[in-house]
Design a protein around this ligand. Structure first.
Ligand SMILES: [Zn+2]
Ligand SMILES: [Zn+2]
Length: 292
């Protein structure tokens, strides 16, 4: 039987513009129809067009966190949906906000959660308030805890269409410096894809989320050695450890930044030292059948 679930990588890069990779974005299709969008970094919109995917069937947008390289094209995607025949509300799920963070003095101010973020963009006093004049426009915002001391796995409500397709969505809070961040697991029948989003370390709760998944899509931003911003992204050894401990069936490495590109071979060797399953480096616009 062929797989029902497939993943299209829109963007396998991070916050630095590069020739072959745009910022983070992924489409999950079920029975050939795009249903979930995970992150919408800069370039996702262009990649959607280039991929030929008809995203009018989207039901849920999942945002791992609100860094620009994961959200810059959200508004462009929303606009696209309401210029088409959609004319129905779309659900956006992301992390809760966080109060001021004394542990990160360079970024001590409170960070918005997905509710405030959507309100600032599309609320009646928001920057793009004009979207409210579009027929059928509506965003159902759901948030999920981003406090990493919360170890629980949270179930994210899904709407009827996804429920009928046997889809379940789960999330855990993950560490990513000052930014409230979550990782997602999407199950469709027996198949599953887990997205680490940006994650600074391997954690027990993320390993639990990824347990036995069909594919683990993991942050692979920077090499093992100390580099600027290295405290925000898991090192290759931690990525391999997480994949092995979670018994992920496949590992797809994504969110590559320029220092990683130039040290890719060594970094992959480190991952393979820890993880004995199949490893691939993501490419923009490549589609992956899950579990077939
Ligand atoms: Zn990022
Ligand atoms: Zn980030």
């Amino acid at each position: 039987m062929s797989s029902r679930l497939s993943l299209t990588v829109l963007g396998s890069g991070g916050p630095i513009a590069s020739q072959g990779r745009v910022s983070a974005g992924y489409v999950l299709s079920i029975d050939g129809k795009p249903r979930l969008l995970v992150d919408a970094g800069g370039g996702s919109f262009e990649r959607i067009g280039r991929s030929g995917l008809d995203i009018s069937s989207l039901e849920q947008i999942l945002l791992t966190h609100l860094h620009i390289d994961h959200t810059a094209d959200l508004s462009a995607v929303i606009m696209h949906l309401y210029m088409g025949d959609g004319k129905r509300p779309i659900a956006i799920t992301g992390p809760t906000g966080r109060p001021g963070n004394d542990a990160a003095p360079e970024n001590a101010s409170p960070q918005p959660g997905v509710r405030e973020f959507v309100r600032l963009l599309f609320g009646t006093r928001g920057a793009w308030r004009y979207m409210n004049t579009f027929e059928g426009f509506g965003i159902t915002v759901r948030d999920t805890p981003s406090d990493v001391s919360e170890l629980a796995i949270y179930s994210i409500p899904v709407d009827r269409v996804l429920e009928d397709l046997d889809v379940s969505v789960y999330a855990v809070a993950v560490p990513h410096g000052m930014m409230p961040s979550v990782a997602f697991r999407v199950d469709c029948g027996a198949e599953s894809v887990v997205f680490s989003g940006d994650i600074s370390a391997s954690t027990a709760s993320f390993i639990a989320l990824a347990k036995n998944c069909s594919m683990l899509v993991h942050d692979f931003a920077l090499p093992e050695r100390d580099v600027p911003h290295g405290n925000l992204h898991a090192k290759p050894s931690a990525v391999g450890y997480t994949a092995q401990q979670s018994a992920a069936k496949r590992l797809l490495l994504s969110h590559l930044m320029p220092p990683m590109e130039s040290e890719l071979a060594q970094s992959l060797t480190i991952v393979r030292r820890e993880y004995d399953g199949p490893v691939e480096v993501a490419s923009d616009l490549k589609a992956y059948e899950i579990g077939a």
